[in-house]
Write a protein that binds this ligand. Structure first.
Ligand SMILES: Cc1cc2nc3c(=O)[nH]c(=O)nc-3n(C[C@H](O)[C@H](O)[C@H](O)COP(=O)(O)OP(=O)(O)OC[C@H]3O[C@@H](n4cnc5c(N)ncnc54)[C@H](O)[C@@H]3O)c2cc1C
Length: 379
């Protein structure tokens, strides 16, 4: 039976990130992936600069487009643009991006087992026995990088799901040359194009990724809002269209991120941004933190667990908690929000761009700051 120090379930950005950093430090690491790469992943493929900038290798080969200017639209009256010298959003297709990332991990020593689906976990004598669709391996650490559904978390004992999962619907759309010429120059977010959420148009090399996401889990007909968004974009002719629906976990679990030497990262942990639902950069970041914890603990499981939780608490968890509160305010208090944006909209968009660029994070005292500014507006 093969043994690895660390077994990572999933070859998305979180898993590839942990794998890369562990193998670089000389730790024997395997990625267990149920699909064969490259595989399609439902995602807008908008990689924000802080995520791209944190990668220890070049990704030019898998970049579809780069956007230095981002448009934020709230109907006819409130429209903003932010511009930066570095690409705020890099467009990738996740099949090529994830493969590229995994290939870089393989180059530093990671073993990739494709077409291996994790089926069960067993804990015995300080070892974890992983049964996959193609046999069993043993390991000291398991990293659950298996996305929003995370079967690994369930197998490891996270029986109740404490994350907030929001529905999103995304289409890969081929439009006429004329429409593509017009729409491929702009990356845009249309806030309120769907209740409690937003729609996006992300231009790729030859097509558009268009989607809608809502922060409410009520009976909102996502398809209907997608169709009316096509009208907003002025798209009348569709040459081809493929529909992909999935969930995005936009709040961190509240019952811990480590159990029985199993560490949760990325979507499995609930680390997508609560306001933008952007999950790739925090997937990469949390993957790196898990690797650092194991390396710094010299593979001692209890210490690694303590270090990982401490690293998360130092920055990511407080950031996500603030963003979760802000997201509720932003999407649910429309009238006051629009009043606020009339005065401070450009400033808010600049700060969001700064967050995308990793230049700042959500302010800790956001509640008080907002209250003070709203008071000034109303009185
Ligand atoms: C519609 C939509 C649009 C989005 N748009 C964006 C965007 O534009 N920008 C952005 O930053 N984020 C976006 N996100 C969020 C982003 O896709 C995720 O946050 C990100 O992919 C999380 O990465 P991950 O590595 O944690 O998991 P994933 O990327 O989901 O990877 C999980 C991997 O685990 C594998 N796996 C699952 N089960 C098993 C098993 N039993 N055995 C072995 N392998 C298994 C899967 O095959 C997969 O390869 C979007 C999400 C959705 C749903």
């Amino acid at each position: 039976m093969k043994h690895f120090d660390v077994a990572i379930i999933g070859s998305g950005p979180s898993g590839a990130s942990t794998a890369y950093h562990l193998a670089k430090a000389g730790i024997s690491t395997v990625i267990i992936e149920k699909e064969t790469l490259p595989r399609y992943k439902t995602c807008g493929g908008g990689l924000v600069f802080r995520g791209r900038n944190s990668l220890p290798f070049d990704i030019k080969a898998v970049v579809d487009k780069e956007f230095y200017t981002v448009d934020i639209v709230l109907g006819e009256k409130l429209q903003f643009k932010t511009h930066r010298e570095e690409p705020t959003i890099t467009m990738v297709m996740r099949d090529s991006f994830d493969k590229h990332f995994t290939e870089r991990a393989k180059e530093v020593g990671v073993t990739l087992l494709e077409n291996h689906k994790l089926e069960s976990l067993e804990f015995n004598d300080n070892l974890v026995y992983l049964t996959t669709s193609q046999g069993t391996i043993t390991t000291n650490f398991v990293i659950a990088a298996d996305g929003a559904l995370s079967p690994t978390a369930k197998m490891a004992g996270w029986l109740k799901d404490t994350r907030k999962l929001i529905p999103a619907l995304e289409y890969e759309v081929e439009v006429s040359d004329e429409d593509f010429e017009r729409l491929s120059k702009v990356v845009r977010f249309d806030i309120d194009a769907i209740p409690y959420g937003y729609a996006w148009s992300f231009p790729k090399k030859k097509h558009l990724s268009i989607g809608v996401a809502t922060t409410k889990r009520s009976k909102i007909n996502l398809k209907k809002y997608y169709q009316s968004y096509l009208e907003t974009l002025g798209i009348n002719i569709i040459i081809s269209e493929s529909q992909h629906g999935f969930q995005i976990p936009v709040s961190p679990r509240t019952d811990g991120f480590v159990k029985n030497n199993v560490f949760l990262i990325g979507d499995a942990a609930g680390f997508a941004d609560p306001i933008t639902a952007e999950g790739i950069s925090n997937a990469i970041y949390s993957g790196k933190l898990a690797a650092e914890a194991i390396i710094e603990a010299d593979k001692e499981p209890q210490l690694a667990a303590v270090l990982y939780e401490a690293k998360l608490d130092a920055k990511l968890i407080p950031e996500l908690k603030t963003a979760l509160w802000l997201s509720k305010w932003f999407y649910e208090q429309k009238t006051i929000r629009n009043l606020f944006l009339k005065k401070y909209g450009q400033q808010v968009c600049e700060e969001m761009a700064n967050i995308f660029h990793g230049k700042r994070t959500y302010p800790k005292d956001i509640k008080q700051k907002l209250k003070d500014k709203v008071k000034q507006l109303v009185f």
